[in-house]
Structure formats: C-alpha cells, structure tokens
Write a protein that binds this ligand. Structure first.
Ligand code: RIB
Length: 295
C-alpha cells in the first residue's frame, strides 16, 4: 500500500525570542535558523522515517530545490514534486524560551496547484492507497473528490483550520487527525468528548485522532476508543510535534499495528521531536523510537 501526501513545503525561518512579540512591540531575536518544513513535508518525512512507502507531491519554486534533496535523503519518493515559477512557501516562526512558537505562513508555490497537476499525481495511485492532506495547499475539495472516486482512503489534518475547509466533502474522509484547537474550530466546542462525539455523529465510519497537547491524545471510531498520555520531556522546540505524531500514527496503522500501540509509538516519536530544533530535522527514525520505547 502506498501513502501519498499532497502537501506543503515551506522554508522555515526560525527566530529565537524571549517571548512571542506583542502587537506594536519590537523585539530583537537571539538567532535565526532556516529549516525545511511545511506540514506536508514534515508528515511525509515522519511517515517515511516510520517505515511507510510514501510519495510526496506539491509545488516549489526554483528556491526550493533543496526539498528534492531532502526527499532523497529521507526516503520519500519525490518524483511528483514540480518546480514552478514563483517562490517556495515559507514560514516565519518565533520560538520562545519555553519552546512555544507562533507561525506566519506565506503559501507561495503551495497555493498554485491545478486540476491538471492533481490528476497527473493521482494517476499513479489506486484503490486502497492512502492519501494524506493538510490545509496548506489549494485544491483540497477537488483532490478529495478525485481521490475518493478512485477508492483511496483519505486522511486529513485540517491544519491550519480556515473557512476554505468548508468546501471539502468531509463525508469522504476516513481519518481525521487534529489537535484540540482545530477540534474546537471544527465543532465549536472545546470539550474533547464533545469534539469526538460530534465528528463521529457526522461521519460514523471515520477514525478520529484528537491530540490534546500535554494531556495526550485520544483515538475513537464507532467500535473503540483509546487514550494515550504524553511522554514527558524537556522540550526545546515544539514545531512539527503534531506532524510527527500524524505521520507515525498513520504509518503504524497502515502496516496493521493495533491502535493502542500506534498511539504509543506516535506519542514517543513526537516526544523525541520536541527535544530537537527545527521541523524536518527533528523527526526521529523508527529505530530511535523503538529503542526509546524499549527503555
Ligand atoms: O507544523 C509545523 C509546520 O507548520 C512548520 O514546519 C511550518 O512550515 C508550518 O507549515
């Protein structure tokens, strides 16, 4: 089974700051690092490091060819990535002394997908393959419709949440992977039980993974519900922690691992990611995750 992620590639400009800058305030940053990121690429790398057969598709500008090298380095099949005119997406990230961050996105090439491009990518996949999406590229409604027609299983991480997602036919989604903020944005309530019940009420066949920050994560479908606490660590950078969780969880269940074990592996992988700086570079290899789980 192949996993296709049609998703963003961002150059992450990460500024270390004492505190997240307030409106009207000017603050000097202590350092600037540039990392590879984008929710799509982060999740593809996490899937690959977890052992999945993953293909990443999306668009970059001439300034983003480093993502092609990254695919080769991390065992992600990048043959569908196209270089287009314009700038690669980027993110301005402030990372404060408590490892919290805030992210400002510039979509760039991520927002230039066309029907022709999507069709050419999907032609390489078949019924049963998994499609993973986030909300950092355009064309999501079209992608979902076309992938569903083919019989692909569709997983969505509705992040960052915005009103464009209302145009997506969510009844075609098999997996929802979201955090508590997105859960509230989608359902209008912040109670995890309500969020899950609401989503399962609307989409009874779906599988829901709701991450709850320091309160762990919950999985639910119509037959089972499981809770996974976090592994406590000293965080230095939380960027891509959720992406690591998403990639690891999907890779684990797609290889047939049971849900409690998949949740545990995803939680451990993301606990390692937050101890390292950056997005793509912070994502651990499966061997590291398994060694840490065995400790
Ligand atoms: O989820 C983290 C990612 O969000 C960063 O890598 C940044 O590029 C934004 O897409």
């Amino acid at each position: 089974m192949k996993v296709l992620c049609i998703g963003s590639m961002n150059l992450d400009f990460v500024y270390s700051v004492d505190h997240i800058v307030a409106p009207g305030e000017t603050e000097a940053s202590a350092s600037l690092d540039v990392f590879l990121g984008g929710k799509g690429m982060n999740q593809s790398v996490a899937l690959a490091k977890a052992g999945a057969d993953v293909y990443h598709a999306g668009l970059i500008g001439e300034d983003g060819k480093v993502f092609l090298d990254a695919c080769t380095e991390h065992n992600v099949n990048g043959k569908h990535i196209r270089v287009v005119e314009g700038k690669t997406g980027h993110a301005i990230i402030q990372r404060d002394k408590n490892a919290q961050n805030c992210i400002l996105l510039f979509g760039g090439a991520n927002q230039l997908l066309t029907e022709e491009y999507v069709d050419s990518v999907l032609a390489d996949f078949e019924a049963g393959d998994i499609l993973l999406l986030q909300n950092e590229v355009n064309m999501l409604p079209y992608i979902v419709d076309k992938a569903y027609e083919k019989g692909m299983q569709i997983a969505i991480n509705p992040s960052p949440y915005d009103e464009k997602l209302n145009a997506v036919d969510m009844a075609k989604i098999s997996f929802f992977l979201l955090n508590e903020v997105e859960g509230e944005q989608v359902t209008g309530h912040d109670d995890p039980d309500y969020i899950i019940a609401n989503l399962l009420g609307l989409y009874p066949e779906a599988k829901i993974v709701l991450t709850l920050g320091k309160n762990g994560a919950v999985y639910a479908d119509k037959n089972q519900k499981h809770y996974q606490p976090i592994f406590k660590v000293q965080a230095v950078d939380t960027t891509a922690a959720g992406d690591t969780f998403t990639g690891y969880f999907l890779a684990a269940v797609s290889e047939g691992m049971d849900v409690p074990a998949a949740l545990k592996m995803a939680a451990k992988a993301s606990s390692i990611a937050v101890t390292r700086a950056g997005a793509v570079p912070s994502i651990p290899l499966r061997a590291e995750v398994e060694a840490a789980l065995a400790e």
